[in-house]
Design a binder for this molecule. Structure first.
Ligand code: HEM
Length: 207
Protein backbone atom coordinates (compact mmCIF):
# COMPACT_ATOMS: atom_id res chain seq x y z
CA UNK A 1 0.00 0.00 0.00
CA UNK A 2 1.27 3.43 -0.93
CA UNK A 3 0.80 6.59 1.05
CA UNK A 4 -2.74 7.92 1.55
CA UNK A 5 -1.96 10.81 -0.78
CA UNK A 6 -1.12 8.43 -3.65
CA UNK A 7 -4.35 6.41 -3.40
CA UNK A 8 -7.63 7.17 -5.16
CA UNK A 9 -9.34 8.11 -1.88
CA UNK A 10 -6.41 10.32 -0.97
CA UNK A 11 -6.67 11.97 -4.35
CA UNK A 12 -10.39 12.73 -4.01
CA UNK A 13 -10.11 13.68 -0.32
CA UNK A 14 -6.51 14.68 0.43
CA UNK A 15 -5.51 15.16 4.07
CA UNK A 16 -4.14 18.62 3.42
CA UNK A 17 -5.57 21.39 1.28
CA UNK A 18 -4.79 25.06 0.91
CA UNK A 19 -6.09 27.34 3.65
CA UNK A 20 -9.42 28.84 2.62
CA UNK A 21 -10.06 26.37 -0.22
CA UNK A 22 -13.16 25.03 1.52
CA UNK A 23 -14.78 28.44 2.03
CA UNK A 24 -17.95 28.83 0.03
CA UNK A 25 -16.55 31.99 -1.52
CA UNK A 26 -13.60 30.09 -2.96
CA UNK A 27 -15.70 28.03 -5.40
CA UNK A 28 -19.41 28.57 -4.67
CA UNK A 29 -19.35 24.84 -5.35
CA UNK A 30 -20.05 25.66 -8.99
CA UNK A 31 -17.78 22.97 -10.42
CA UNK A 32 -19.38 20.52 -8.00
CA UNK A 33 -22.89 21.55 -9.10
CA UNK A 34 -21.86 21.14 -12.73
CA UNK A 35 -20.66 17.62 -11.96
CA UNK A 36 -23.85 16.84 -10.05
CA UNK A 37 -25.91 17.97 -13.05
CA UNK A 38 -23.76 15.75 -15.28
CA UNK A 39 -24.43 12.73 -13.04
CA UNK A 40 -28.20 13.38 -13.14
CA UNK A 41 -27.96 13.75 -16.92
CA UNK A 42 -26.06 10.48 -17.28
CA UNK A 43 -28.55 8.51 -15.17
CA UNK A 44 -31.72 9.99 -16.72
CA UNK A 45 -30.15 9.83 -20.18
CA UNK A 46 -29.45 6.13 -19.77
CA UNK A 47 -33.08 5.59 -18.75
CA UNK A 48 -34.32 7.54 -21.78
CA UNK A 49 -32.23 5.27 -24.01
CA UNK A 50 -34.56 2.38 -23.20
CA UNK A 51 -37.40 4.05 -25.07
CA UNK A 52 -36.13 6.78 -27.37
CA UNK A 53 -36.00 5.89 -31.05
CA UNK A 54 -33.41 7.83 -33.06
CA UNK A 55 -34.27 8.51 -36.66
CA UNK A 56 -37.64 9.38 -38.14
CA UNK A 57 -39.80 8.24 -35.20
CA UNK A 58 -37.95 10.30 -32.55
CA UNK A 59 -40.79 12.76 -31.95
CA UNK A 60 -43.44 10.04 -31.75
CA UNK A 61 -41.36 7.92 -29.37
CA UNK A 62 -40.93 10.91 -27.02
CA UNK A 63 -44.65 11.74 -27.04
CA UNK A 64 -45.39 8.17 -26.12
CA UNK A 65 -42.70 8.20 -23.45
CA UNK A 66 -44.35 11.30 -21.94
CA UNK A 67 -47.84 9.91 -21.79
CA UNK A 68 -47.67 6.11 -21.75
CA UNK A 69 -44.71 5.26 -19.52
CA UNK A 70 -44.84 5.58 -15.73
CA UNK A 71 -42.53 8.46 -14.76
CA UNK A 72 -41.51 8.83 -18.41
CA UNK A 73 -42.36 12.53 -18.44
CA UNK A 74 -40.60 13.06 -15.12
CA UNK A 75 -37.38 11.43 -16.32
CA UNK A 76 -37.51 13.46 -19.51
CA UNK A 77 -38.08 16.71 -17.60
CA UNK A 78 -35.26 15.93 -15.19
CA UNK A 79 -32.94 15.33 -18.14
CA UNK A 80 -34.00 18.59 -19.78
CA UNK A 81 -33.73 20.78 -16.68
CA UNK A 82 -30.44 19.26 -15.51
CA UNK A 83 -29.12 20.14 -18.98
CA UNK A 84 -30.21 23.77 -18.73
CA UNK A 85 -28.83 23.98 -15.22
CA UNK A 86 -25.48 22.53 -16.28
CA UNK A 87 -25.02 25.18 -19.00
CA UNK A 88 -25.63 27.89 -16.38
CA UNK A 89 -23.45 26.40 -13.61
CA UNK A 90 -20.57 25.62 -15.99
CA UNK A 91 -20.68 29.20 -17.25
CA UNK A 92 -20.75 30.62 -13.71
CA UNK A 93 -17.93 28.24 -12.71
CA UNK A 94 -15.90 29.71 -15.56
CA UNK A 95 -16.67 33.23 -14.31
CA UNK A 96 -15.53 32.20 -10.80
CA UNK A 97 -12.27 30.85 -12.21
CA UNK A 98 -11.63 34.15 -14.02
CA UNK A 99 -12.59 36.08 -10.89
CA UNK A 100 -10.05 34.23 -8.73
CA UNK A 101 -7.51 34.26 -11.60
CA UNK A 102 -7.17 30.51 -11.37
CA UNK A 103 -6.50 30.27 -15.14
CA UNK A 104 -2.89 31.40 -14.75
CA UNK A 105 0.13 29.08 -14.60
CA UNK A 106 0.27 26.34 -13.24
CA UNK A 107 -3.41 25.79 -14.00
CA UNK A 108 -3.47 26.79 -17.67
CA UNK A 109 -3.92 23.20 -18.89
CA UNK A 110 -7.01 22.87 -16.71
CA UNK A 111 -8.30 26.19 -18.03
CA UNK A 112 -7.97 24.87 -21.60
CA UNK A 113 -9.63 21.60 -20.55
CA UNK A 114 -12.42 23.74 -19.09
CA UNK A 115 -12.85 25.72 -22.30
CA UNK A 116 -13.27 22.43 -24.19
CA UNK A 117 -15.73 21.23 -21.50
CA UNK A 118 -17.74 24.42 -21.91
CA UNK A 119 -17.88 23.89 -25.68
CA UNK A 120 -18.94 20.27 -25.16
CA UNK A 121 -21.66 21.31 -22.67
CA UNK A 122 -23.17 23.79 -25.14
CA UNK A 123 -22.98 21.27 -27.98
CA UNK A 124 -24.65 18.64 -25.79
CA UNK A 125 -27.50 21.03 -25.02
CA UNK A 126 -27.89 21.89 -28.69
CA UNK A 127 -27.70 18.33 -30.00
CA UNK A 128 -30.13 17.20 -27.28
CA UNK A 129 -32.63 19.80 -28.43
CA UNK A 130 -32.34 18.50 -31.98
CA UNK A 131 -32.96 14.94 -30.76
CA UNK A 132 -36.59 15.87 -30.10
CA UNK A 133 -37.11 15.73 -33.84
CA UNK A 134 -40.01 18.21 -33.68
CA UNK A 135 -40.58 21.36 -35.68
CA UNK A 136 -38.53 23.59 -33.38
CA UNK A 137 -35.68 21.11 -33.64
CA UNK A 138 -35.83 21.39 -37.41
CA UNK A 139 -35.69 25.19 -37.13
CA UNK A 140 -32.75 25.01 -34.68
CA UNK A 141 -30.95 22.61 -37.03
CA UNK A 142 -31.42 25.01 -39.96
CA UNK A 143 -29.96 27.89 -37.94
CA UNK A 144 -27.03 25.75 -36.72
CA UNK A 145 -26.30 24.48 -40.20
CA UNK A 146 -26.33 28.00 -41.63
CA UNK A 147 -23.94 29.14 -38.88
CA UNK A 148 -21.50 26.28 -39.38
CA UNK A 149 -21.69 26.50 -43.19
CA UNK A 150 -20.68 30.18 -43.03
CA UNK A 151 -17.31 29.18 -41.56
CA UNK A 152 -14.33 28.46 -43.85
CA UNK A 153 -14.63 24.76 -44.76
CA UNK A 154 -18.04 24.92 -43.13
CA UNK A 155 -19.85 22.73 -45.61
CA UNK A 156 -17.63 19.76 -44.80
CA UNK A 157 -17.94 20.53 -41.09
CA UNK A 158 -21.74 20.65 -41.32
CA UNK A 159 -21.73 17.31 -43.13
CA UNK A 160 -19.64 15.76 -40.35
CA UNK A 161 -21.84 17.14 -37.56
CA UNK A 162 -25.28 16.84 -39.12
CA UNK A 163 -24.59 13.78 -41.25
CA UNK A 164 -25.66 15.73 -44.33
CA UNK A 165 -25.05 19.24 -45.70
CA UNK A 166 -28.78 20.04 -46.14
CA UNK A 167 -31.59 20.41 -43.55
CA UNK A 168 -32.35 17.33 -41.52
CA UNK A 169 -36.01 16.67 -42.35
CA UNK A 170 -36.74 15.18 -38.97
CA UNK A 171 -33.98 12.56 -38.96
CA UNK A 172 -32.04 12.52 -35.70
CA UNK A 173 -29.69 9.59 -36.20
CA UNK A 174 -26.38 11.44 -36.61
CA UNK A 175 -27.26 13.81 -33.73
CA UNK A 176 -27.99 10.78 -31.59
CA UNK A 177 -24.51 9.37 -32.16
CA UNK A 178 -22.90 12.74 -31.37
CA UNK A 179 -25.04 13.40 -28.30
CA UNK A 180 -24.95 10.00 -26.63
CA UNK A 181 -21.56 8.58 -27.57
CA UNK A 182 -19.12 11.19 -28.79
CA UNK A 183 -20.02 14.41 -26.90
CA UNK A 184 -21.23 12.81 -23.64
CA UNK A 185 -18.32 10.33 -23.69
CA UNK A 186 -15.74 13.07 -24.26
CA UNK A 187 -17.31 15.27 -21.54
CA UNK A 188 -17.24 12.39 -19.03
CA UNK A 189 -13.62 11.56 -19.80
CA UNK A 190 -12.47 15.19 -19.72
CA UNK A 191 -14.16 15.78 -16.35
CA UNK A 192 -12.13 12.96 -14.82
CA UNK A 193 -8.99 14.54 -16.30
CA UNK A 194 -10.16 17.96 -15.00
CA UNK A 195 -10.51 16.69 -11.42
CA UNK A 196 -7.12 15.01 -11.57
CA UNK A 197 -5.57 18.27 -12.77
CA UNK A 198 -7.28 20.24 -9.95
CA UNK A 199 -5.24 18.18 -7.47
CA UNK A 200 -2.07 18.25 -9.56
CA UNK A 201 -2.37 22.03 -9.67
CA UNK A 202 -2.17 22.09 -5.88
CA UNK A 203 -5.95 22.17 -5.34
CA UNK A 204 -8.38 25.05 -5.60
CA UNK A 205 -6.86 28.52 -5.63
CA UNK A 206 -8.81 30.72 -3.23
CA UNK A 207 -8.70 34.43 -3.79
C1 HEM B 1 -18.27 19.89 -17.23
C2 HEM B 1 -17.95 21.06 -16.75
C3 HEM B 1 -17.06 21.28 -15.54
C4 HEM B 1 -17.02 20.60 -14.35
C5 HEM B 1 -17.89 19.43 -13.92
C6 HEM B 1 -15.97 21.22 -13.55
C7 HEM B 1 -15.64 20.86 -12.25
C8 HEM B 1 -14.69 21.47 -11.46
C9 HEM B 1 -14.50 21.27 -10.04
C10 HEM B 1 -15.35 20.34 -9.17
C11 HEM B 1 -13.47 22.05 -9.65
C12 HEM B 1 -12.97 22.24 -8.20
C13 HEM B 1 -13.30 23.65 -7.72
C14 HEM B 1 -14.67 24.20 -7.98
O1 HEM B 1 -15.66 23.47 -7.76
O2 HEM B 1 -14.75 25.37 -8.41
C15 HEM B 1 -12.95 22.73 -10.83
C16 HEM B 1 -11.85 23.58 -10.87
C17 HEM B 1 -11.41 24.28 -11.99
N1 HEM B 1 -12.09 24.41 -13.20
FE1 HEM B 1 -13.74 23.34 -13.71
N2 HEM B 1 -15.39 22.24 -14.28
C18 HEM B 1 -16.04 22.32 -15.50
C19 HEM B 1 -15.81 23.26 -16.50
C20 HEM B 1 -14.82 24.24 -16.44
C21 HEM B 1 -14.70 25.38 -17.34
C22 HEM B 1 -15.69 25.71 -18.45
C23 HEM B 1 -13.58 26.04 -16.99
C24 HEM B 1 -12.95 27.27 -17.62
C25 HEM B 1 -12.88 27.47 -18.91
C26 HEM B 1 -12.97 25.36 -15.88
C27 HEM B 1 -11.77 25.69 -15.27
C28 HEM B 1 -11.36 25.25 -14.03
C29 HEM B 1 -10.13 25.64 -13.36
C30 HEM B 1 -9.02 26.54 -13.95
C31 HEM B 1 -10.16 25.03 -12.10
C32 HEM B 1 -9.12 25.17 -10.99
C33 HEM B 1 -9.65 26.25 -10.12
C34 HEM B 1 -8.78 26.61 -8.96
O3 HEM B 1 -7.73 26.01 -8.79
O4 HEM B 1 -9.20 27.54 -8.22
N3 HEM B 1 -13.77 24.29 -15.54
N4 HEM B 1 -13.72 22.38 -11.92
Amino acid sequence: MGKHEDSFAGHIRPRQIRAGALRLRATFCLGGFSFLAFIVLTITGMLLLFYYQPGDSAFASLSELDSALPYGGLIRSLHFWAGQLMVITVFLHMVRVVWSRAYRPIRELNWITGVVLFGLTVMLDYSGYLLRGGQESGAAATVGQALITSLPGGKALATVFFGQPTPLNGSTLSMFVWHVFILAGAAGFLQMFHFWRVRRGGGVRPL
